[in-house]
Design a protein around this ligand. Structure first.
Ligand SMILES: *Cc1c(COP(=O)(O)O)cnc(C)c1O
Length: 360
């Protein structure tokens, strides 16, 4: 068996320790004679798994008691509709468009009401985060929406927008648990777990209780109502049991390492190694303005599409997988999520140096 360095943007690398634990428990979960995949979601065994996962997530993020934690399905993309359906009481919301995922969320919200684009960085291929200190927030807006880490473009909000008192809704799919967070500053924090936490199929949404009401848009399906899942402990129907179990193991792994402060320290150290190399390279360069760089997704180019393609090919042959940039940006992208060890980034920088030496 050999594992390669996997820089995929998602589904993405998971901690080897977690995979080994899951493998060891595959046939017989803690003496119950079956795997977690085979057990009833109504069993005591599974209830303990989901309760522990929620408790560990609450501890890690310091989630206040007036927030619910929901384990949902449908991907982050389904929340693009669920959010306006549940929150657009006045049929108005303000969106900050900093990339494709924010744009898709904004376009979806327009199906349900007036979704204002109050800021955008599309003029420069989403390579920066616009100034959000004094936005034209609509007086009647039900919420302000951001995509906090832009997976495709490699930017991150290092300062949250001033929402002028409106609830902030944030898609954190690609920066979930990457650093400490003040949950009380948000109305909703949500994300698909397949980037930085677990396997595809689970969406975690952390929602302030006063935003979970019966007063949703007419025609909102039962399964898309926050209240349905909040009232039933995420078990209105069969939840994605195995995915939740793996997320729970990742939460425990992060707790063992020292929590989100430690994750931030590790992520900053990894990102610095790669950005410092790119900043002095005469062949490669990053595509994002330095002050808005993501710790998680690092896009870079040579400026020559053919050379980029050759790099991706040679890197893949050398055991560095999934470095091809998103089709909308081209070039390369290294996603260096929590589970990517420092040694993986070190090895990548070594390979970049060798490639640069050979091609400059
Ligand atoms: C990947 C991604 C999505 C889409 O997630 P799905 O689970 O595939 O719907 C949405 N937002 C962000 C920030 C992402 O990185």
């Amino acid at each position: 068996m050999s594992r390669i360095w996997n820089f995929s943007a998602g589904p993405a690398v998971l901690p080897e320790e977690v995979l080994r634990e899951a493998a060891a428990e595959m046939l017989d979960y803690r003496g119950c004679g079956m795997s977690v995949m085979e057990m009833s979601h109504r069993s005591k065994m599974f209830q303990e798994i989901i309760d522990q996962a929620e408790a560990d997530l609450r501890e890690l993020m310091g989630i206040p008691d007036n927030y619910k934690v929901l384990f949902l399905q449908g991907g982050a993309s389904q929340q693009f509709a669920a959010i306006p359906m549940n929150l657009m009481k006045h049929r108005v919301a303000d969106y900050i468009v900093t990339g494709q995922w924010a744009k898709k969320a904004w376009q979806e919200a327009r199906l349900y009401g007036t979704a204002n684009k109050v800021a955008s960085s599309e003029d420069k291929t989403f390579s920066y985060i616009p100034d959000c200190s004094d936005l034209p927030i609509s007086p009647e807006a039900d919420y302000v929406y951001i995509c906090e880490n832009n997976t495709i473009y490699g930017t991150k909000f290092h300062t949250l927008p001033d929402t002028k008192g409106k609830p902030l809704v944030a898609d954190v799919s690609s920066c979930f648990l990457s650093e400490p967070v003040d949950v009380s500053r948000y109305g909703v924090i949500y994300g698909g777990v397949q980037k930085n936490i677990g396997p595809a199929g689970v969406v975690i949404s952390i929602i302030r209780e006063d935003l979970i009401t019966e007063d949703v848009l007419e025609g909102t399906p039962t399964m898309l109502r926050f209240k349905t899942h909040a009232d039933n402990g995420s078990m209105y129907n069969t939840p994605p049991c195995y995915g939740i179990y793996i997320c729970g193991k990742v939460f425990q792994w992060i707790r063992r390492l020292g929590g989100l402060e430690e994750m931030r320290a590790r992520n900053e150290r990894k990102a610095k190694l790669l950005y410092d190399y790119l900043d002095q390279s005469r062949l490669f360069h990053g595509t994002v303005v330095p002050q808005d760089r993501s710790l998680m997704n690092v896009p870079f180019v040579t400026g020559d599409a053919a050379l980029d393609a050759q790099f991706v090919r040679e890197a893949s042959d050398a055991g560095f997988a999934n470095l091809k940039g998103h089709r909308s940006v081209g070039g390369m992208r290294a996603s260096i999520y929590n589970a990517m060890p420092y040694e993986g980034v070190e090895a990548l920088v070594g390979f970049l140096e060798r490639f640069e030496h050979a091609h400059r």
